[in-house]
Design a protein around this ligand. Structure first.
Ligand SMILES: Nc1nc2c(ncn2[C@@H]2O[C@H](COP(=O)(O)OP(=O)(O)OP(=O)(O)O)[C@@H](O)[C@H]2O)c(=O)[nH]1
Ligand SMILES: [Zn+2]
Length: 306
């Protein structure tokens, strides 16, 4: 029968059937992926075929369905090995704040580029709205304009005052969503106001990570009471930075992507080339200075994750 993988530990998996019943499963046979050596062939969010072993409540996964996308983490100690964290994501939401700890534009852009490279639609949640000063609210309007003009949905919330929660819940409904963001921006508090009871569960996971056990739980999916799933990835709260070819980078900036065939040179780097459509758009203010700076920063390999 068909199922959805809701938990992955590297050695066994939890699979949910159509009725919502969950089974612990092992895998049988080889699951290879072209061009990628993975320590775990199956990930949270995968659609699989599995069989329940007679007289037992455990199952065996024997087939992996095609993925529409997946996110990976490079293994730190095993070179060229990668872990697939989660598959078939509908949305990656980045929680940020302009109150403390204030999220930088560079960080936001890096996240969006990574989501583009993975082929996952992304959105931004501005949290802690209750703490924004008048100046903060002006900056918020500026930031929203930058990102909404490019096509990224933005949301405003106060997890504490419970404002904007309904809007975010509606977006999550019936989707598989990854929540990311710097430590302290309010992800747990926000999730708990969307889904009371979630906090204790995420708390549990943090406890495990404290004891170093997070290496054995790659990721877990939580079913939302109103439909949809949230992916929690203990140990990585930020969408991993992946290797992007310099030549490809501009494809992951939607506002640059649409201009690329207008550059004079097919291999334009958009740095100082004559007849560059990106530089012209920057001059005209069609491309935001901050976005272009992020492009240069990522292009030159500077880490702007602060
Ligand atoms: N004033 C205000 N404080 C908030 C809001 N959301 C979260 N906080 C506070 O910000 C702090 C961090 O919130 P968490 O929910 O733990 O943040 P987190 O992003 O889950 O952090 P990690 O668990 O470290 O990844 C807590 O003290 C929260 O009470 C908000 O909307 N307004
Ligand atoms: Zn160019």
């Amino acid at each position: 029968m068909q199922g959805l993988v809701t938990k992955s530990t590297g050695s066994w998996y939890q699979v949910q059937d159509a009725e919502g019943k969950r089974f612990d499963c092992r895998i049988k046979g080889k699951f290879r992926m072209k061009g990628l050596t993975t320590t775990n062939p199956i990930a949270v969010g995968d659609r699989v075929d599995f069989e329940i072993e007679p007289e037992q409540q455990t199952g065996v996964i024997h087939k992996l369905h095609d993925r529409k996308n997946y996110i990976i983490r490079k293994s730190i100690n095993l070179s060229k090995q990668a872990q697939i964290i989660a598959a078939n994501l509908d949305l990656a939401l980045l929680v940020v704040t302009l109150a403390s700890p204030r999220t930088s534009l560079g960080f936001i852009d890096r996240f969006l580029v990574t989501a583009e490279a993975y082929g996952i639609p992304a959105g931004i949640v501005f949290n802690k709205l209750d703490l924004f000063s008048e100046e903060g609210l002006e900056i918020l309007a500026e930031y929203r304009a930058i990102y909404e003009n490019i096509g990224y949905q933005c949301y405003e919330t106060s997890a504490i005052k419970k404002t904007g929660i309904k809007e975010v819940s509606e977006v999550l409904k019936d989707k598989t969503t990854l929540f990311s963001g710097h430590s302290g921006v309010g992800k747990s508090t926000l999730l708990n106001s969307i889904f009371p009871g979630m906090e204790t569960r995420t708390g549990e996971i943090s406890d495990w990570s404290d004891k170093g056990k997070h290496t054995t739980t790659f990721a877990e999916m939580f079913e939302l009471p109103f439909g949809g799933f949230l992916i929690d990835t203990p140990g990585i709260r930020e969408l991993g930075v992946i290797d992007i070819e310099k030549q490809e980078l501009s494809h992951f900036f939607p506002e640059m992507r649409e201009l690329l065939n207008q550059c004079r040179f097919y291999n334009c780097r958009h740095i100082n080339e004559p007849g560059c459509a990106v530089l012209a758009a920057l001059q005209e203010g069609v491309i935001e200075q901050s976005r272009y700076e992020s492009y240069l920063s990522i292009y030159h390999g500077n880490d702007t994750r602060a």
